[in-house]
Write a new protein. Structure first.
Length: 231
């Protein structure tokens, strides 16, 4: 006689009691990370571009150093990076599990990625954008904010959208260290406890969330480009 297999799946009616808190934790992680990534990575991208030959203050040596740092930061897969900086994470947060431990490697991974996206967005601008600002007598700050960043705004919004999606993916990987969120729910309940309902629900939520973010980002980019084209 074959043994009876008892299903360990969470009832569909109770999925929301686990899914909603996990979704909130993921949103919290991504929000904290993006605050640092957009601020520090944005500054890094602006400096990267403006120390290049086409920038406001060309510094070949400094540009090479910053370029190498950005490349190194983007070279390691997130799981490897997360493990490699555990001592730094512990020193900074006093823990290697939970949301604080996940936020640190996500920020470290996100900053060079966003900096490169910002640099690329500025590099795509016509070369006369900076030149016109200089001819008009604008200060460096005015040229960067009113000319470069303003003209590159649609591409920058696309960069933020891409980075948010990447951070959601990173937060799911961070679930392996007990960071909470959708990834933790999928690993602990869906994989370790063989809960098929949880696994299906987390997959669907991740797909829907990423599709929605991409849709909203694309719509905003289209609107900004239309606005710029009509000016």
């Amino acid at each position: 006689m074959k043994p009876t297999t008892v299903s360990q799946d969470t009832p569909w009616s109770e999925i929301h009691t686990l899914l909603l808190p996990a979704l909130g934790e993921t949103a919290l992680m991504v929000s904290i990370v993006m605050l640092f990534v957009v601020t520090l990575g944005g500054v890094g991208g602006v400096v990267l571009f403006n120390t290049s030959a086409r920038g406001l203050f060309p510094r070949p040596a400094l540009h090479r150093v910053l370029n190498s740092i950005a490349n190194v930061g983007r070279s390691l897969p997130f799981l490897v990076l997360m493990a490699a900086i555990i001592p730094f994470t512990w020193w900074l947060t006093g823990t290697t599990i939970g949301i604080p431990a996940a936020v640190v490697p996500m920020i470290v991974a996100g900053i060079p990625f966003f900096a490169r996206l910002v640099e690329n967005a500025l590099r795509e601008l016509p070369s006369d954008v900076t030149a016109v600002g200089l001819v008009c007598g604008g200060s460096g700050w005015q040229i960067i904010t009113k000319a470069q960043l303003s003209e590159a705004l649609p591409a920058l919004v696309a960069a933020v959208t891409l980075n948010i999606i990447s951070m959601i993916e990173y937060s799911a990987i961070a679930g392996t260290i007990g960071a909470g969120g959708i990834g933790y729910l999928a690993v602990v309940y869906g994989y370790q406890r063989f809960d098929n309902h949880i696994m299906i629900a987390t997959i669907v939520v991740l797909i829907v969330a990423i599709q929605l973010i991409q849709f909203l980002g694309d719509r905003l980019v289209t609107r900004l480009r239309h606005t710029q084209g009509s000016v």
